[in-house]
Design a protein around this ligand. Structure first.
Ligand code: PCA
Length: 218
């Protein structure tokens, strides 16, 4: 008998910073509609609001009992899918969130660890996206806005309440419709979704990471 399908929660964000769309949600939605083989994927849209984003994530985890969680966010200006290595315990917002909050140098979890590493095999995820024909790389920083906030909150939940879950974060470029009037890199939502599917499969199949360079000199 086949094992039951892997339960996956994928999240994307609502638009922020005056944009009409958020590629992370466009792609997450596509992955849920056409999941990889042997996975059931639920997509949840997360508010771009400090605090509230974590409440929504916790509710979704409680409701869906996922085994794998992949949170996705827009990183406008990046050229490829970037699998985040580390989440840090600080909110430092360059722009207000969608509720007008703009925290500066505040801990996400007071007294919590300075940082958490992704519990996904980041190198294997990058390699899998590349094999699927989608540009990807490791990122050493998820920033200090709501995406890092959500990633840190996810890692803290896993560490303190859900040790059986593995989860991580991927930043994605703009979609073409967002850059028709400016010189910035973009990637079609269909291609982003293809990369995310490959990342999910790699995350399920690789409990330990592969050894491959993915570092940066700066
Ligand atoms: N990107 C922002 C927050 C929401 C999103 O999609 C970030 O990188 O923090």
């Amino acid at each position: 008998m086949n094992p039951p399908p892997t339960r996956v929660l994928i999240t994307g964000f609502e638009p922020f910073d005056g944009e009409d769309t958020n590629p992370s949600w466009e792609a997450a939605h596509r992955v849920a509609q056409q999941p990889p083989p042997d996975m059931t994927v639920t997509a949840v849209a997360i508010s771009c609001v400090f605090g509230q984003a974590l409440d929504e994530l916790r509710d979704a985890i409680e409701e869906k009992s996922p085994e794998l969680v992949l949170c996705v966010g827009q990183a406008g200006g990046r050229t490829d899918l970037t699998v985040e290595r580390v989440a840090i315990n600080v909110d430092d917002a360059r722009i207000p969130d969608n509720a007008g909050q703009q925290p500066v140098d505040e801990p996400i979890v007071p007294g919590g660890p300075a940082a958490y590493f992704s519990s996904l095999p980041v190198k294997a995820c990058v390699a899998a996206a590349r094999r699927a024909g989608v540009p990807a790389s490791v990122s050493q920083t998820a920033g200090t806005f709501v995406c890092n906030h959500l990633f840190y909150g996810l890692a803290h939940l896993i560490s303190t309440r859900y040790p059986g879950i593995r989860g991580g974060f991927v930043h994605v470029p703009y979609v073409p419709a967002q850059v028709t009037h400016r010189a910035a890199p973009s990637m079609a939502a269909r291609d982003i979704a293809t990369g995310l599917r490959a990342i999910l499969v790699a995350a399920r199949e690789n409990i330990t990471d592969i050894r491959e360079t993915g570092g940066a000199t700066h």
